[in-house]
Design a binder for this molecule. Structure first.
Ligand code: SF4
Length: 330
């Protein structure tokens, strides 16, 4: 019996109904396992020997007991991305709608009462460019017009034959023309391809809750993706497809000039920061892209499949809140 890596995610496991889901050492290990599976999937592996829930539980306990100290994480640079399939498309069975509004609570298991050690060491900030965005900032009306012109160009784009032939429509992005915050995703999923809007599936619903949780409104932030066309089968966009679309997202960002760019998942973070580091290494650090501070966090689609990673995502969002001065009154 085999596990199909293309199969819909299992609904077994922890209740994903709360961003503050319990996060302990075992959760760290499960998260790392998810990253490894994503890496294997990107490497072309489609089937693995079947492991039942009991076996997974047993191995989790054994691995947790033997977990290395954080100093032993010497291969973190090669750690795979957790968002190999983290497009905006919804998982088939995402489970209950997560509520990303509470602070992570301490686990009720005495053995895991202490916060987990970091799995990855933070990396120095990546500075793509410390120079201001090129050109002078435009008046808001001109920004809106320029974005509309760019969206028209994108809608007619056929640079990526495989994507252009399969898409229903392009998904340009949406939001105010002078946002303080931009959330930068990976690629449209099925729902986005149908609607032409970013983040409207289950992952988008979780993202909306995450935005609410940091005292922002979805309408106040700008949402866009690295590539504007849905990759067939919800695969990751290929490097040449990201390169083809780079001009579009870079022009978008140059027009928008946000104070903060939140990269959702490894694909967008690696593309923007021109890095090969995993999301586990890139997160928890403010990087720089021209005038924008860049924070990389786990993609909400990944969080739907790996609820244990929600605590890490919440820590990242708290970091953003603190730096940006976000509070209920803001
Ligand atoms: S992904 Fe971007 S570059 Fe490729 S066809 Fe779509 S709009 Fe064009």
């Amino acid at each position: 019996m085999t596990n199909d890596l293309n199969a819909p995610p299992s609904t077994d496991g922890p209740d994903p109904s709360d961003l503050s889901s319990k996060f302990d050492c075992a959760g760290d290990i499960l998260g790392a396992g998810g990253e490894l599976l994503a890496h294997l999937h990107r490497s072309g592996l489609r089937f693995l020997p079947h492991a039942g829930a009991d076996a997974v539980s047993q191995w989790t306990q054994r691995l947790a007991a033997a977990a290395p100290s954080p100093d032993a994480e010497t291969h973190a640079d090669t750690a795979p991305s957790p968002s190999a399939a983290a497009t905006d498309n919804p998982p088939t069975s995402p489970g209950p709608a997560p509520a990303a509004t509470s602070t992570p609570a301490a686990t009720s298991t005495p053995a895991h009462a202490e916060p987990p050690a970091r799995r990855f060491s933070p990396v120095p900030a990546t500075v793509v460019s410390s120079a201001p965005y090129p050109g002078a900032p435009l008046p808001v009306a001109e920004i809106a017009t320029s974005l509309q012109t760019l969206a028209t160009d994108v809608a007619a784009c056929t640079r990526c034959k495989a994507l252009a032939n399969c898409r229903s429509q392009t998904v340009f992005g949406e939001g105010p023309p002078q946002p303080r915050f931009v959330f930068f995703g990976e690629a449209p999923g099925a729902e986005e391809d149908k609607s032409g809007r970013p983040f409207v599936g289950a992952a988008g619903q979780l993202l909306t809750k995450m935005i609410d949780a940091i005292h922002l409104k979805r309408d106040d932030v700008y949402l866009l993706n690295t590539v504007k066309c849905r990759p067939p089968g919800n695969r990751n966009p290929a490097p040449d497809e990201i390169a083809n679309c780079r001009e579009y997202f870079e022009t978008q960002l140059q027009l928008l000039r946000p104070e903060y760019i939140v990269c959702l998942g490894a694909v967008s973070a690696q593309a923007l920061l021109q890095s090969k580091l995993s999301i586990g290494r890139l997160r928890q650090t403010f990087h720089q892209y021209h005038d924008s501070k860049v924070l990389a966090i786990y993609h909400p689609a990944y969080l739907l499949r790996n609820p244990d990673a929600k605590r890490a995502a919440w820590a990242d969002l708290q970091m953003l809140m603190k730096d940006a001065g976000l509070n209920p009154s803001s």
